[in-house]
Design a protein around this ligand. Sequence first.
Ligand code: FAS
Ligand code: PHB
Length: 389
Amino acid sequence: MRTQVCIIGGGPSGLLLSQLLHTAGIEGIVLERQTRDYVLGRIRAGVLETGFVDLMRRAGVSERMDREGFVHDGTLIAAGDEQFRIDFSALTGSHVLVYGQTEVTRDLYQARDKAGGTVLHECSAVKPHDLDTDAPYVTFIQDGTVQRIDCDFVAGCDGFHGPCRQEIPLDVRREYEKVYPFGWLGILSETPPVDQELIYSNSDRGFALCSMRNANLSRYYIQCSLSDAPENWTDDAFWAELKTRIPTEAAERLVIGPSIEKSIAPLRSFVTEPMRWGRLFLCGDAAHIVPPTGAKGLNTAASDIHYLFEGLSAFYADNEDEGIEKYSEKALARIWKAERFSWWMTNLLHRFPDQSEFDIKMQKADLAFLRDNAAAQQVLAENYVGLPY
Ligand code: FAS
Ligand code: PHB
């Protein structure tokens, strides 16, 4: 087989890139390790920056998102029983869209099907070769047969545990990591959300987040120990703990119900530099991870795809290579700002095992300043709705 861009990974990064390339008449093949159902079974991000929404529109995949997504003009921050609102639209003139990553992925799969795109599933032993030449290729096994795709470029959209990052030689690759001493226990329940907007809550018992997917599908998280497991938590135990971590008036109106999904996500900050090696370009979780506190994971994948798509389009349309030459530099400049914001939100809202009484006082002072100061709220709002691409 031969294509122009071989995309490794059929998550949101790989599928969005594939669809955008298609709109520019650039051929791509997506190689995905799992089945489509498995990919669509993942419950992950829920908040989209307008930059992401614009990319989906440009890719021609926004009809259902525009119809079913919820525009959020602000978010609530709670500290104990006190809460205040960050007004995104008043502070930035912008907003975010609440629309689950699962639905984004579903829409992208349907668009690829409709366009006759090639997304190969259950591919194993995927391996890129000759990345430091102008004739790279990728080998993989599907249905027991070893196959080869010759291409011009390889997009490593294979997530944090994929193989592409390792293709950058150790003496070239620099990795930066911070692992947080807790995780998020998340549930999905077919219940109405507790509020019209998200509630990020700092409580003496730990962080909690009240989010949603639609008018009758809610997403809740509580900070938990890294040694914890979803099976340690009955639904009743989860709801009881959540109620202790959000303001009383929210706890009193919380509608509980059976969980339809329950999982624990670890929290880490991670960045690989550079994000390019010869004809290989890393995108999304393959190159960087953020703690989900700032809702930046999926949204930083989007800006990577934006920069790479721009670069590849200029290469094929105008034989101009500045975009691909500067891909890593441009992507990393925005990623590090998202890493900082996610780290800051995580430190602001979580209880750390080694926190002293003084540290907790600093956290409370930070929250009080954020409550009282418009400039502080503007900084949070501008980062949350998404910094410019
Ligand atoms: P993905 O990991 O989504 O996709 C990579 C794809 O590559 C996968 O389908 C994988 O099967 C495939 N792959 C891996 N190895 C391969 C191989 N060898 N060959 C072929 N294919 C291979 N972000 C938020 O903003 N908010 C959240 O609440 C949030 N919650 C999260 C919870 C969890 C448990 C995780 C893991 C992440 C969460 N994220 C969240 C971040 C998440 O949304 C990512 O940012 C997003 O999935 C990034 O998309 P991709 O870069 O496509 O990576
Ligand atoms: C979610 O709805 O899953 C969600 C929302 C905001 C976050 C993290 C997760 O910061």
